[in-house]
Design a protein around this ligand. Structure first.
Ligand code: NAD
Length: 494
């Protein structure tokens, strides 16, 4: 990565975006557009189609037709693999351009975006491309006069609804396994971060994905997202986003065709620090990165720091020191460690949570305010609040911003009780030099992912999914494939 190339790309005008339906770039049926505002400076830098009900219906019909005529599902696995491998190559070949476009749209710092967005998306597409011709059906252990076969079939049309924090990475988590298994997809990106994902979808066509197999419609969740959720022609809905929207999607499914709904929702992940952790300085630096990178807009962010009381003050001081060394600024500068908050609404919401935390008895030991307002962009100082009780809003509600709540604990039992004191269960970590304690914590803390002596960085070989109100099903790894297939039994009398 090179700053001169980034500077050249960030200065380029960005042409208006449209939907991708039946292999064509098409505007909204009523000509409507939405302004795309950059969180870097608060300025409009392009527009995208504002999808209508008719647009989403057209995209669904196109995907259904594409599935039924077998233009993709009917291709040999080897042919499907070639297309997906080429798509991954094209994403990599255009990585910097995609990353800069994405950062202008959502504000993630470029040094994180380049790896987490095109880098991870290409890796994910390639992972499922490589896997698709190694997934076999099964023969059941029956008596000799019966052949019991289990076929793994594509589900049909998948609706995928994506959030704004890592659009390409999360988009690829859904698109990779869904397309690998032969499904058609209708994608709905977020209003506030659609551009890089839309361009990534266009690259799939360049790679040879047949028209109609992947359609993408931009617009408001409450309009086009609702049509997707209520459609009788969508077989499976996969979603990453907030719990409120997740609930709606379950309602849509119940009110329509009872489609399967998989939800990857929010978290309030505990990062548990014991005094016997092998390297507390390292733990402090990683704890700061684990909540403040991408301005805390990371589903697995370690937003609750639970610290053994005997080291509370020195550890909090070390996290504050590490955080104060993380430069907040223009996300397209390579030296920036923390970029912009995605939108003004999100920033206002973050600051509201800090006010509430103080009213509820918390003490701000770092940050707590908006910064760099003169840029017109949405920036917030990394914020640490101590004295957060188990009942406090900062324990119970996901902020999805650069706000770390700290709570002290005395015993292992206390740590487990505090860690499990929310409705969420997405991720967590334990830092300790005691092997037994580490394994006990992994077992007892209710989450989908537990880290030991690290935070974040789990790659595509392992699943990511939540328990409780953090969702169901998983993205990543071979387990994700289960969402995109139906098992069909053939019971044959010989
Ligand atoms: P959101 O729920 O507001 O929006 C997500 C998507 O849903 C967007 O595309 C939006 O347009 C669409 N949508 C909104 N209303 C809809 C409706 N009525 N019908 C259909 N679609 C609708 O979430 P967000 O603010 O974009 O993302 C932040 C949330 O995502 C946080 O809670 C975060 O924790 C969560 N998240 C979870 C994971 C994970 O893997 N578990 C990963 C990243 C983000």
């Amino acid at each position: 990565m090179d700053q001169t190339k980034i500077d050249a790309l960030r200065a380029q005008p960005v042409a208006a975006f449209s939907h991708l339906i039946e292999g064509k770039h098409v505007p909204a049926s009523d000509g409507g557009t939405m302004d795309i505002l950059s969180p870097i400076n608060g300025q409009v830098f392009t527009t995208t189609a504002k999808g209508t009900v008719a647009d989403m219906q057209a995209a669904i019909i196109s995907a259904r037709d594409a599935f039924e005529d077998g233009r993709w599902a009917g291709q040999s696995p080897a042919d499907r693999k070639k297309v997906l491998m080429k798509w991954a190559d094209l994403i990599e070949a255009n990585a910097l351009e995609l990353a800069v476009l994405g950062v202008r749209d959502n504000g993630t710092e470029i040094n994180m975006a380049i790896k987490a967005e095109p880098g991870s998306a290409a890796g994910t597409i390639r992972y499922y491309a490589e896997a698709l011709d190694k997934i076999y059906g099964e023969i059941a252990p029956t008596s000799l006069d019966i052949l019991g076969m289990i076929h793994k079939e594509p589900v049909g049309v998948v609706g995928a609804i994506i959030p704004w924090n890592f659009p390409m990475m999360i988009g690829a988590w859904k698109l990779g396994p869904a397309l690998a298994m032969g499904n058609s997809v209708v994608l709905k990106p977020s209003e506030t971060a659609s551009l890089s994902l839309m361009r990534m979808c266009a690259l799939a066509l360049e790679a040879g994905l047949p028209a109609g197999v992947l359609n993408a419609v931009t617009g408001e969740g409450a309009v086009v997202g609702e049509v997707l959720g209520l459609s009788m022609d969508v077989d499976v809905l996969v979603f990453t986003g907030s719990g409120g929207t997740g609930r709606r999607l379950m309602e849509y499914a119940a009110r329509s065709n009872m489609k399967r709904v998989y939800l990857e929702l929010g978290g309030k992940s505990p990062n548990i620090i014991f005094a016997d952790a092998p390297n507390l300085d390292e733990a402090a630096k990683i704890a700061a990165g684990g909540i403040f990178r991408n301005s805390g807009q990371v589903c697995v962010a370690g937003s609750r720091l639970l610290v053994e009381a005997s080291i509370h003050d020195e550890f909090v001081a070390a996290v504050a020191k590490a955080a104060s060394h993380m430069r907040v600024g223009n996300p397209l500068d390579m030296s920036t460690a923390i970029g912009a908050v995605n939108s003004e609404i999100q920033l206002t919401q973050n600051l509201g949570y800090v006010d509430t935390a103080v009213k509820e008895g918390g003490e701000i030991v770092l940050g707590g305010k908006r910064i760099l307002e003169e840029t017109g962009g949405y920036y917030m100082a990394p914020t640490i609040v101590t004295g957060v009780t188990p009942e406090a809003t900062l324990t119970q509600k996901e902020v999805f911003g650069p706000v770390l709540g700290v709570t002290a604990f005395d015993t292992d039992e206390d740590a487990v009780r505090l860690a499990n004191a929310t409705v969420y269960g997405l991720a967590g970590a334990v830092w300790t030099g005691n092997l037994s304690r580490a394994h006990q914590m992994v077992r007892r803390v209710r989450t989908g992912v537990m880290h030991v002596n690290t935070y974040g960085g789990a790659d595509g070989t392992v699943p990511l999914g939540g328990v409780g109100q953090s969702g169901n099903g998983s993205d990543k790894s071979m387990h994700a494939i289960e969402k995109y297939i139906n098992l069909k039994t053939a019971w044959i009398k010989l």
